[in-house]
Design a protein around this ligand. Structure first.
Ligand code: C2E
Ligand code: MG
Ligand code: MG
Ligand code: MG
Length: 278
């Protein structure tokens, strides 16, 4: 009986496995076609200066408008794109799109601000990343100082490689920030080597800030450390006035979160910019 049970569970496993791999394969195919079919779209989330209450930046976040599945959030396809290597193509599209849009806003007369773009691990390890970025800046006409590349701590494991790569990128005149800071398990030694300008506190610390004294301690410590290192700090995932108050008291520079705005399609982001000017 046990043997039979065993056989059945192998069969069940096979079926489940096959369904999973079919699903993956479908998604993978769709993902490639989506680029040609123009199904990807960038949303922009305002970054607000705590000091002035104004929009001082935007983070570009990819959305996939799938004809059948609807809006697919990045967490559901970026990891797969990362596995298959297709992220490099998507990433290039994102970079070009974000630069084009930011240049457009500047040409429309809005006060210029930097746009932040998330880099994936594969993109970061790609040969000639600097040349790619440089090409896109030239092609779109965006001044490099209005571009921020967000990297994560997971890209810092080879400190020498990363330092060289970042110095090359930095030489173009753009800015580098560390996304999801505190979430990785990496050593802090890269902080003194990398040419970075900003730390973004991971939203997991901000979420329970008011309930968990440990999170509150971590957040205030990250902010203090960032200032000692002469880095700017942005808190991600700010949803409540209480969180904002705590961040203000602890001299955080900028905030990003639903309290101010979710990520928005470009024309809705423009409305936010207009509200700010008028
Ligand atoms: P991330 O770069 O850390 O982006 C912040 C995420 O937090 C976004 O999720 C944003 O919508 C969400 N968020 C913003 N404010 C709040 C808030 O107040 N509360 C909560 N609960 N969430 C908030 P999203 O857009 O789903 O993106 C998830 C992740 O996918 C990003 O995390 C980033 O790692 C990745 N991603 C997004 N777009 C791209 C892209 O173009 N390229 C690459 N390589 N990765 C991307
Ligand atoms: Mg980010
Ligand atoms: Mg983040
Ligand atoms: Mg991230």
């Amino acid at each position: 009986q046990a043997k039979e049970f065993g056989r059945n569970s192998v069969q069940l496993y096979d079926t489940v496995f096959n369904e999973r791999s079919m699903e993956r394969l479908n998604l993978e195919n769709d993902m490639r076609n989506a680029l040609e079919k123009g199904e990807y779209q960038l949303y922009y989330q305002p970054q607000i200066s705590i000091h002035t209450g104004r929009i001082v930046g935007a983070e570009a976040l990819i959305r996939w408008n799938h004809p059948v599945r609807g809006m697919v959030p990045p967490d559901e396809f970026i990891p797969l794109a990362e596995d298959t290597g297709f992220i490099v193509e998507i990433g290039e599209w994102v970079l070009r799109e974000a630069c084009t849009q930011n240049k457009k806003w500047q040409d429309m007369g809005y006060p210029p601000f930097p746009v932040s773009v998330n880099l994936s691990v594969r993109q970061f390890l790609q040969q000639k990343l600097k040349e790619k970025v440089q090409g896109i800046l030239e092609e779109t006409g965006l001044d490099a100082r209005y571009l921020v590349l967000e990297i994560t701590e997971s890209m810092t494991s080879d400190v020498d490689y990363a330092t060289n790569c970042l110095l090359e990128l930095k030489s173009l005149g753009l800015q580098i920030s560390i996304d999801d800071f505190g979430k990785g398990y990496s050593s802090l030694s890269y902080l003194k080597k990398f040419p970075i300008s900003t730390l973004k506190i991971d939203q997991s610390f901000v979420r329970d800030l008011m309930e968990d004294p440990n999170d509150a301690a971590i957040v205030s410590t990250i902010i203090a450390m960032a200032h000692h290192l002469k880095l700017k700090v942005i808190a991600e995932g700010v949803e409540t006035e209480e969180q904002l108050k705590y961040l203000t008291q602890n001299k955080c520079n900028e905030v990003q979160g639903y309290l101010f705005s979710p990520p928005l399609p470009d024309h809705q982001f423009e409305q936010k910019l207009q509200e700010m000017i008028s």
